[in-house]
Design a protein around this ligand. Structure first.
Ligand code: PMP
Length: 381
């Protein structure tokens, strides 16, 4: 007998970049601009709080929804940043990374056969998350000429009007695109008009370099139809601690918690102590990391310009998304890796909407970035 995977698992295509990273792993002296996580460590005070909690023997489960103290601090933070009032008891769920929150939203808030409109190019987990929940997917493909911003036009043309939910991420992974408040307004109007639930992945919300991030939940009539996803992985450089959260109306949080209480019980306790400290005292470190990302962003964009690589001025997260100078971005990335030992990710790893582009992460020190840019220049000339 063999144990066969379930059909819905077979439906999910294998990750397009796995082979590429396997190749990279076998090589020495690689400069990787392929990573999707900060190169910084979590702020020391947050790490120390985690260590102290372990020393004090705080190793039990927490409440299903997360420690109340943490939920209150999240509520305060969201209120400070967006003037949005979320109830710590009923409208916030602390999860094992934003990843768990996304998975819960698909499974707890959608029915099999519902349609999810996924804004493309997309972070790799949205389509599989929808498929695992038995949903159909419709692609909403943003355009390079719009700098990969979501517009009412692409929403209309893609057939998103008939979907049940819309999932997107701004500041965006993989493109680095951001959306200002006035650019979000037509998206919100579309969601209201067609009665869409919005899954807004705002995990990069602190990393917006040219304008303040606007949460779509703060636009009129949107709070009641939006689930906001955020966490500590990016801004606080805490990827390995696995801590995120969802903000949503009480019925949605209750439904997500119904799944979470059985599948996860509670988010990692040690990480919750780190997150409490992070929110209480680590604002300066977040600002400093942001300032460094911004310096690197300006450097990378200006080097692309010098090389004649077409690249819109990505204003968020830690990614740039230049046009690939070769015919085929997969071949280009592979040859760049083999000849110059620089790893970048072909855009198609994030769906067909990424074709013809490369994702270049600047979550790498400026010294390495300089060397990587020099190698890319040599390669394309
Ligand atoms: N959403 C996006 C857009 C991401 O880039 C990531 C991390 N790569 C996640 C969600 C998952 O974050 P977490 O570590 O909080 O699960």
């Amino acid at each position: 007998m063999t144990i066969e995977p379930a059909d819905r698992v077979d439906q999910v295509p294998p990750s397009g970049i796995r082979r590429f990273f396997e190749l990279a792993e076998e090589m020495d002296d690689i400069i990787s601009l392929g990573v999707g996580e900060p190169d910084f460590s979590a702020p020391w005070a947050a790490r120390e709080a985690a260590i102290a909690s372990l020393e004090q023997g705080k190793t039990s489960y927490t409440a299903n929804r997360g420690k109340r103290e943490l939920r209150e601090l999240i509520a305060e933070d969201v209120d400070d940043r967006y003037d949005l009032d979320y109830d710590a008891d009923e409208e916030i769920l602390v999860t094992a990374g934003a990843s768990e929150a996304l998975d819960l939203a698909f499974r707890a808030l959608l029915n099999p056969g519902d349609t999810v409109a996924v804004v493309q190019p997309a972070y790799v987990s949205y389509v599989p998350g929808a498929i695992f929940a038995g949903c159909d997917v419709v692609d909403v493909t943003t355009r390079a000429e719009d700098e990969f911003k979501l517009t009412a036009e692409v929403l209309r043309e893609s057939g998103a009007a008939d979907a049940d939910a819309l999932v997107y991420c701004y500041p965006n992974n993989p493109t680095g695109a951001t959306m200002t408040e006035s650019e979000l307004e037509p998206v919100a109007a579309f969601a209201r008009e067609h009665d869409l639930t919005v899954f807004a992945d705002e995990i990069y919300s602190e990393l917006s370099y040219e304008h303040e991030h606007t949460s779509i939940a703060s636009l009129p009539g949107m709070r009641e139809r939006t689930v906001v996803f955020n966490g500590f992985s990016k801004a606080y450089a805490m990827t390995g601690l696995r801590l995120g959260y969802a903000l949503a109306p009480p019925e949605a949080v209750a439904a997500m918690n119904r799944v979470h209480q059985y599948s996860m019980l509670s988010a990692p306790t040690t990480a919750q102590y780190a997150a409490i400290e992070a929110l209480e005292t680590c604002g300066d470190e977040v600002e400093e990391m942001c300032a460094q990302y911004d310096r690197r962003r300006n450097f990378v964009l200006s080097r692309f310009e010098e090389m004649g690589l077409e690249c819109f001025p990505a204003a968020g997260a830690f990614y740039a998304f230049p046009e690939c100078p070769g015919e085929d971005a997969n071949e280009f990335a592979e040859a760049l890796l083999e000849e110059q030992k620089v790893a970048v990710v072909p855009g198609t790893a994030f769906g067909e909407g990424g074709a013809g582009h490369l994702r270049v992460s600047y979550a790498t020190g400026l010294g390495e970035l300089k060397e990587a840019m020099a190698r890319i220049e040599t390669f394309i000339s």
